[in-house]
Design a protein. Sequence first.
Length: 155
Amino acid sequence: MTKLSEERISGKKNFIFVRPFAVENAPPEVGKLTSGKFFAQLESQDFFSGRDGKTYSFDFYMGQPCPTGYTCYYITGSVMDFEYQTGCCGNDGVEARTNIKFWNDITKTPLFEISEWNNEIFEPEDTSRLDAMEMLAEDTAQTLVDALLKELSRN
């Protein structure tokens, strides 16, 4: 977690727009799966209580622009350094480094960045390459959502 700005999230209703994840050195499927699972998990989080007793209400939107006249935030993400490895002892693995940046739509400056490295180990006879990517995307999305909501609760 890297703080890029001291700006705080404020207001009773926060519109947060999620952009599809970009990929660098990773198959496009990994970016699509991670984006989809990240957004699906965010949609299931309607309210999040902060330490100060305030309840923040977040509305998350995928791939839409911020409406004119509103203060909005947006999240951009990328999946980097993906590896699919054939291991020893009958186990294979997938791993990737992923990051998201949380931006203020008015100032166009990132407030914070979260970077995560995740991996999954599996038995190749029971798991296809696509299944392995899906397991990695699910775990990565959950890790990123947890870190994002923890950071948003501090504001």
